[in-house]
Design a protein around this ligand. Structure first.
Ligand SMILES: C[S@@+](CC[C@H](N)C(=O)[O-])C[C@H]1O[C@@H](n2cnc3c(N)ncnc32)[C@H](O)[C@@H]1O
Length: 214
């Protein structure tokens, strides 16, 4: 499949998103990194951050684990941001980028210990195919933690308060009910289509997350 940057990537204001992710939204990524560490117990081996954008989640997870990272995204522009942050965070020996489509991951079967992804599944054209790819690249005993959300209610309130202080009224539609134009999907049905046997779908006040075991 050719690497074509899709509409999502083009429409995203990459610099604004990047500034917010490393700035005002940083507590949200820190929260999910801690949660992923606690839920998966994975602290060594290779972690693939799928649809990583500028690498925000993986870069925080790198600070609290010894994992090595592959940041995969379909947008070369966002991967340039990831490269910059890898250098800023001194992670050149532990992290690399991979320009690719999640529907056809150019990695060997059983080559990754942990797959993570935040805020991206709704943008994948065919989530069942993408999740089968995620499963394929996992080693036996590997785990995946993929989903989306904007942290806990407390974190969302904290971010909204800081935005207000900065004179930016938070976009209620975006922060309250999820971004516009994102397809509502039946993830139970999607997981059934994948044929993956061991998984849990967690729906809580910190979003929807799918945990997979191989
Ligand atoms: C909303 S951003 C989320 C980024 C990041 N994971 C985060 O938590 O901030 C969605 C990302 O998915 C990427 N993406 C969309 N379709 C993709 C595909 N088919 N394969 C790989 N990445 C894709 C976009 O380029 C974008 O960086």
């Amino acid at each position: 499949m050719p690497y074509r940057e899709n509409n999502v990537s083009r429409k995203m204001n990459s610099s604004r998103y990047d500034d917010a992710a490393r700035g005002i939204n940083a507590p949200m990524y820190a929260y999910y990194a801690e949660k992923i560490k606690e839920k998966t117990g994975m602290t060594k081996g290779v972690c693939l951050d799928v649809s990583s954008c500028g690498g925000y989640l993986g870069l925080v997870l790198a600070k609290i684990t010894d994992l090595d990272f592959i940041f995969l995204d379909i947008s070369s522009e966002m991967l340039e941001k990831a490269k910059l942050h890898i250098t800023e965070d001194g992670l050149q020996k532990r992290a690399r980028t991979l320009l690719a489509d999640v529907h056809s991951i150019p990695l060997d079967d059983g080559s990754v210990n942990l797959v993570i992804s935040r805020g991206s599944i709704p943008f994948w054209k065919d989530p069942a195919t993408a999740l089968k790819e995620v499963y394929r690249v996992l080693v036996p005993g590997g785990k995946a933690y993929v989903g989306g959300g904007k942290g806990t209610p407390e974190i969302r309130d904290q971010i909204a308060a800081r935005m207000k202080e900065m004179g930016n009224e938070p976009d209620r539609e975006k922060w309250g009910n999820g971004p516009r134009n994102i397809p509502k999907r039946d993830y139970d049905e999607i997981m059934k289509q994948t044929g993956i046997a061991k998984f849990i779908i967690n729906k809580g006040d910190d979003g929807m997350w799918i945990q997979i075991w191989k």
